[in-house]
Design a protein around this ligand. Structure first.
Ligand code: MN
Length: 131
């Protein structure tokens, strides 16, 4: 069985690509286009994992991660930051905000799903599907 992944991403192209690849690998994807929507959806649906863009309108990803980790209802959901920032210190900042890990943009279709599944709790990643 696949997992439910909440993707918080304001860039339509990246959102489409992430959704397409995760669904092809057997996961269910719920989309949010800004942090507030993402926080609300996370609390409502309780996804297995959250993919969080750092550059978001209104609230940046660090603030979103802080909110999610500060809310007992969502604190246990692993968050993986997705960002094009290549500045030294960003990885540390994402981890300090409570993210379990970090995936760099541009998304690499060859490795993306494997990287995401690495952060899924337990052994719930879909295996062997797609390529
Ligand atoms: Mn963005």
């Amino acid at each position: 069985m696949g997992s439910t992944v909440l993707v918080i991403e304001d860039n339509e192209q990246n959102l489409y690509l992430a959704t397409y690849m995760l669904e092809k690998a057997g996961h269910e994807v719920v989309q949010a286009r800004d942090g507030l929507e993402g926080i609300s959806l996370a609390a409502r649906i309780g996804p297995d994992l959250i993919l969080l863009d750092i550059q978001l309108p209104k609230m940046d990803g660090y603030a979103v991660a802080g909110e999610l980790k500060g809310n007992p209802g969502t604190a246990g959901i692993p968050i993986v930051a997705v960002t094009s920032y290549a500045m030294p210190g960003d990885r540390e900042r994402a981890l300090a905000a409570g993210c379990a890990g970090y995936i760099e943009k541009p998304i690499d279709p060859e490795t993306f799903v494997g990287e995401v599944e690495h952060f899924l709790p337990g052994d719930r990643g879909a295996r062997g599907g797609g390529h």
